[in-house]
Design a protein around this ligand. Structure first.
Ligand SMILES: *Cc1c(COP(=O)(O)O)cnc(C)c1O
Length: 367
């Protein structure tokens, strides 16, 4: 049996008629950018997130950039970022002219280690961007407490954890501004690029609405130097349909992860995902770790099982950040995770039988 890393079939096939009909409705409406669909989706997503406001933007990277800009962060400022994250978290800080200051993760949850944040703070630090990596919510109460003590903004990067909670509260509802992505492969995915910022601050929401649209609320009247980063009507209409199924898909992701946990338990040399007390995990990715990662990946590929590595090179060692001057060994936990992590197939609709095939192949590799 060939097992793909990700399949959209089980999510999209039952919704085919429903989605094509909303696409037709937008087509016939002859209104394609910033309209009723975007407004309706923003209302639905802010309600889902437990925040007062949601501002739809073009993608997750822009959601981070515009959040930083809206909070006035720029050249001369330092922003604390996880040392192990998708590059977009770092890029956003660089795009506003601020400096990334990496903080190492907890080696078990892979999320930013809240006990290491304080030592990275300097007089220039303005904000922290916790990333709810792989779908597990960070230790938000601890992070918010540090931020409050030092007068820092918090911008959650919630691209991977829509619906996860930290101590009963939703990821994407803690920070002053919180960015998310609806890239197709995310837990809530559009049929193209899309993103959003959630916030409880009305003035900030208004600023974000201007920033995404040329600095303008009224056509041809430009109040600030803005961007073009708008969510379009087609994507908003599709997201509005898919949002209604997100909870059900999250439950399926959690069930699949539970099958993996059961079937992979007790294999020596293999570290399974761990969820911190107080956090929930929505398994955007199911990431295992082993020192024999490359050999295991090849072995699974030969058995028809597709896996991916999230992420093979941490941001500080990317060519793009060569000018920061980091050498290998500078951030050992992030580097160790990059060298040992492997993401197993997981998608809503994946069956217990699929999981059994993957788990059996992994068990065989280790014997
Ligand atoms: C996907 C992702 C982003 C960027 O989202 P795009 O919509 O692809 O721009 C940012 N941060 C994290 C953690 C992501 O996984």
């Amino acid at each position: 049996m060939n097992i793909p890393f990700l399949s959209f079939d089980e999510q999209h096939n039952p919704l085919r008629e429903e989605i094509l009909s909303v696409i037709t409705r937008v087509y016939d409406s002859k209104w394609y950018v910033l309209g009723q669909q975007v407004e309706a989706f923003e209302a639905a997503y802010s309600s889902f997130s437990g925040t007062a406001h949601c501002v739809g933007v073009a993608n997750g990277l822009d959601a981070l950039v515009l959040s930083l800009r809206a909070l006035g962060i720029g050249p001369g400022d330092e922003v604390l970022v996880p040392s192990n994250t998708y590059i977009a978290t770092w890029l956003a800080v660089s795009h506003v002219g601020a400096t990334c200051v990496p903080v190492e993760p907890d080696p078990f949850t892979y999320n930013i280690d809240s006990t290491r944040i304080e030592e990275a703070i300097t007089p220039r630090t303005r904000a922290i961007i916790p990333v709810h990596l792989y779908g597990q919510a960070c230790e938000m109460p601890a992070i918010m407490a540090v931020a409050q003590r030092h007068g820092l903004f918090v911008i959650e990067d919630n691209a991977q954890a829509q619906g996860a909670t930290a101590h009963g509260r939703l990821a994407g509802s803690f920070g002053q501004a919180n960015a998310t992505s609806f890239y197709p492969g995310k837990n809530l995915g559009a049929l193209g690029d899309a993103g959003a910022v959630t916030t409880n601050d009305e003035a900030l929401a208004h600023k974000l609405q201007r920033l995404r649209n040329y600095g303008s609320m009224q056509k041809y009247y430009n109040e600030i130097i803005g961007y073009n980063s708008r969510l379009d009507e087609l994507q908003a209409a599709v997201l509005l349909v898919k949002l209604r199924y997100l909870q059900q898909w999250t439950q399926q992701r959690q069930q699949i992860a539970a099958w993996y946990q059961q079937q992979l338990a007790g294999i020596s040399g293999l570290q399974l995902p761990q969820t911190a007390v107080g956090s929930t995990h929505v398994y955007h990715l199911y990431v295992i770790r082993t020192a024999q990662r490359d050999a295991l990946q090849q072995y699974l590929a030969a058995a028809g099982i597709a896996t991916l590595i999230h992420y093979p090179i941490p941001p500080h060692l990317q060519l793009a950040y060569r000018s920061l001057g980091y050498q290998a060994g500078a951030l050992p936990i992030a580097e160790e995770l990059a060298a040992t992590c492997l993401s197993l197939p997981l998608w809503p609709g994946m069956t217990e039988e699929h999981v059994g095939v993957v788990a059996a192949a992994i068990a065989k590799f280790f014997t």
